[in-house]
Design a binder for this molecule. Structure first.
Ligand SMILES: C[S@@+](CC[C@H](N)C(=O)[O-])C[C@H]1O[C@@H](n2cnc3c(N)ncnc32)[C@H](O)[C@@H]1O
Length: 297
């Protein structure tokens, strides 16, 4: 398949199954920067080379859109996420290979196709210390897009990713192997809170994990305990943004900030994308979704 038209084929297939995505996706493709468009093409092509089809990718995207819509309806009515315990979602999501495969492929596509996710990724590419050497840790790589970006765009020498889902581990390993890197890279199946390592890290990344766990403060404290002197930590999370496996609800950015400070961090930089067409204050007051990223030290 010609790589220059794989995006078009994907979008056409998504729209044929879900026509309500048409204007949203057409608008999104008008504004995607060319380097990210190239990354999206490369991502789709890698998945096709691994033997997946455009139909599977389109189904993955539509599943995440439809499932998120269902949770948004629940959230608007009840002002809380449907579940609050890890064991209520773990078997249906993280340990369900079929579902998790759809979910992570779909999430990876939203990283390019949804402007809120795109903006968080752009912030990540901006703050990744590209000239720094040492060790890089990523918690919950999922689809592996941040992890592989860091491997190919930084001078860190040692890379470790930990995730408790077999599916995420497989997808991350596939993403690493499509890079063909000769750097030292380890991808380990592990519950982060149970991880025992005798080394510290110089850059630590935990994207979209805090809202998936019952005890986000423990995750932040663990990141702090694994930080070398001078290390930076990059996190992303969201407020008022329901999804099938979001169990910890943040209503305001201030709540995330306070949690980071309680774990002993100072917030060095932050980026947030309120609900389109609203201010941050408005989104918080009306419990609309906000995506956010923080650099901690
Ligand atoms: C929503 S995905 C995030 C993917 C990617 N980091 C991103 O920013 O889009 C959350 C990931 O965190 C993993 N995860 C959840 N709890 C974890 C834990 N206790 N230890 C390690 N990984 C965990 C899940 O298996 C999943 O792969």
């Amino acid at each position: 398949m010609n790589s220059s038209d794989v995006i078009e084929q994907l979008v056409d297939t998504i729209i044929s199954e879900n026509p309500r995505q048409k204007s949203f996706l057409e608008e999104s493709l008008k504004t995607i920067p060319s380097d990210e468009k190239n990354m999206l093409k490369e991502y789709i092509q890698n998945k096709l080379d691994e033997g997946r089809g455009i139909a599977e990718l389109a189904e993955s995207y539509n599943k995440i859109v439809n499932d998120t819509l269902g949770e948004q309806i629940y959230f608007r009515k009840n002002k809380k996420y449907r579940f609050s315990r890890f064991d209520e979602v773990a078997d249906a999501v993280y340990f369900n290979d079929e579902y998790m495969n759809f979910y992570m492929l779909g999430l990876a596509l939203t990283q390019f196709l949804w402007s809120n996710h795109r903006q968080l990724f752009e912030f990540f590419t901006e703050i990744l210390p590209k000239e720094r050497k040492g060790s890089y840790l990523e918690v919950g790589p999922g689809h592996g897009l941040h992890f592989t970006y860091a491997i190919s765009h930084s001078k860190f020498e040692h890379f470790l990713a930990v995730d408790l889902s077999d599916t995420s581990i497989r997808l991350t390993k596939e993403a690493v192997s499509s890079l063909g890197t000769d750097k030292e890279v380890h991808v380990k199946k592990q519950n982060f809170l149970e991880m025992e390592v005798d080394q510290g890290f110089d850059f630590l990344v935990m994207g979209e994990v805090l809202e998936h766990v019952e005890e986000p403060l423990e995750f932040l404290k663990k990141l702090k305990s694994l930080s070398n002197p001078g290390a930076k930590v990059f996190i992303t999370t969201c407020c008022n943004a329901p999804a099938v496996d979001h169990i910890y609800l943040f209503n305001t950015i201030g709540e995330v900030r306070s949690l980071c400070e309680s774990a002993g961090f100072e917030v060095e930089r932050e980026f947030y994308a309120p609900h389109p067409g609203t201010s941050l204050e408005d989104s918080e007051k009306r419990q609309l979704p906000i995506n956010l990223a923080m650099v901690l030290k």
